[in-house]
Design a protein around this ligand. Structure first.
Ligand code: ATP
Length: 244
């Protein structure tokens, strides 16, 4: 199996000083769900931004190493290229257009698509999230947190991504809503055969769904392995899954 995303020995620094990511290697194979776990400030979002926003973002810069996507180096690629080549990010905090309706938000995700494609994708998203169909004419800012997260995921799906990166999809949501979101991510993997990079602090949910897991602390990958192996690891059980 070939890796769709391949990060090799990446070092990312902010303001030439803070080393947010140190010597990280990670790969995501086509058709797999890979979870990147770690606590606050571990460097997960920085790594994601480097992938989905090009390698120079805000004050951050990839100082060493490489990020390859579909066999091509991402260095120097504008965001436009990244989007056109099927990399979609659902950012932490969702960033919806809160004054637009659910349907208008979804359409924004498919602005590069033809009208028939757009209709087909909308049907697919409404099939995955029946709740969004019911709420399609409502202003997004008035939706619950869980519904807003669904809109954010749906909007990313509208671009028919080859790789979908989700930054903490369960953040701030109630347990039942998290279950619903995770059920849908499971369907995206099983029915749409999507490749997903799932960044989470919520290890229990993410590990239940992922094929492969990386754990990041202080900018480094401290442990990685197939999800099954990781779930049986005593340290993982104690420190990340809260099982004493
Ligand atoms: P969270 O779950 O809180 O998003 P994270 O694992 O995603 O945490 P990052 O947000 O990547 O972690 O942060 C990694 C480190 O980089 C932290 O020490 C953080 O303070 C620092 N950092 C993040 N963004 C910037 C920035 N724009 N400028 C300087 N330092 C930053």
């Amino acid at each position: 199996m070939s890796a769709l995303l391949e990060i090799t020995n990446a070092k990312i620094i902010y303001d030439s000083a803070v080393e947010a990511v140190r010597d990280v290697s990670l790969s995501v194979d086509e058709g797999r769900v890979v979870a990147l776990l770690g606590s606050n400030g571990a460097g997960k979002s920085t790594l994601l931004k480097a992938i989905t926003g090009g390698l120079e973002f805000e004050e951050g810069v990839l100082e060493k190493g490489s990020v390859r996507y579909g066999g091509q180096d991402l260095a120097g690629r504008p965001t436009e290229w990244i989007v056109r080549n099927g990399l979609a990010l659902v950012p932490e905090g969702r960033r919806l257009f809160i004054n637009l309706t659910v349907e208008e938000n979804l359409v924004m995700g498919a602005h590069l698509k033809s009208a028939p494609e757009m209709r087909r994708m909308k049907e697919e998203v409404f099939d995955l999230f029946p709740r969004l169909y019911e709420r399609r004419s409502q202003i997004s800012g008035y939706l619950s947190g869980g519904e807003q997260q669904m809109v954010a995921v749906g909007r990313a799906l509208m671009s028919q991504p080859r790789l979908l990166a989700l930054d903490e999809p369960s953040l701030g949501l109630a347990p039942l809503v998290i279950d619903a979101i995770y059920d849908t991510i499971g369907r995206m993997r099983d029915e749409l055969k999507m490749t997903i990079l799932l960044v989470e602090q919520n290890a229990v949910q993410a590990m239940g769904l992922a094929d492969y897991v990386y754990i990041m602390e202080n900018g480094r990958i401290v442990l990685d392995g197939p999800a099954q192996t990781m779930r049986n690891n005593a340290d993982v059980q104690e420190y990340y899954l809260g099982m004493a």
